[in-house]
Design a protein around this ligand. Sequence first.
Ligand code: COA
Length: 287
Amino acid sequence: MTETIVRSPKLDEKTSFYQVYGTGIPNVDSLTFDRFSRWWNRSKVQGDLPNLWRVATVDEQVVGIAINSVLESLGWGAIWELVVDREWRNQGIGTSLVLESEQALLKQNPNLTHFVVGVKVHNPRSIPFVERLGYGIQSLVLRLDGDVPHRLEEQELNVNIARLDDIPTLLHLVPDTYWGHRDHKTLEYSIRGGNCYVMREQSSNMVVGFVRFEYDPDLVDTTIISFSYRQGYGISVIEATLEEVATRRAIFWVQDKHEEILDYLYAEDFQRAEAEFVARKRVRHLL
Ligand SMILES: CC(C)(COP(=O)(O)OP(=O)(O)OC[C@H]1O[C@@H](n2cnc3c(N)ncnc32)[C@H](O)[C@@H]1OP(=O)(O)O)[C@@H](O)C(=O)NCCC(=O)NCCS
């Protein structure tokens, strides 16, 4: 059998990395080369690219890729994207990429408690694949898309542009998804990028919500929304958010533990566009 080598990507492998990544669609997120480039460049600067991203190569040709990062505040090592080029599947390369990614994540942060992989629900073949590697499905993350309802109701919350000195308070809020805003670094990155708002209760001035709006040139007239909220204020934060949105459509990613928010969005005619299982595995030395 030809020898497969799993290693860090080289800087001149950006295009071949992206090409192999593309063979994973629809089981990985569809990314324009521009967005992928930004992810690659940011990871290069932060050190994730050499330390955590991996390629599988045969005779120096890229045949598989893994995009990984550490979620410091949770103690989790995340395998965000995993693809083996079609012609090279079922030869153990995907397994090697997962095992090597776990090693790299643990080397980066020996205090990790878990590894995590997202598996799209339309991708049932990968469920036994990750289970065989010791992962267990623990929750579901849903992408809900819909038209923005505008009711012009009296708002209970004041909405202001987020500032860096809000961060210590924002760290106490509950994010929409496991990858959502929960550490200083990601909040700072988002706030510096703009389109972030803080919500305060009018009577007490207490911070009860944080939202970030993003726009994708491929999604016309659409706002992609991420949010965090103080327990008990979820619906008020979502209502205030929808009042702020200037586009016709909105997209939310929401973990299944936010039942009230899912219930609210479904009642507002939002529809599931995608969903993925969160599969998690405890780090071995903790077993
Ligand atoms: C999921 C994916 C990465 C797996 O990669 P792979 O290289 O085919 O993975 P492996 O070869 O290690 O394992 C795949 C299967 O081949 C079998 N296999 C492993 N080693 C083998 C070998 N040496 N010879 C033959 N079969 C082998 C395994 O039993 C496994 O079976 P299973 O699917 O029933 O678990 C690949 O199918 C892919 O890129 N899919 C599209 C993108 C995707 O779904 N990504 C999300 C992953 S969570």
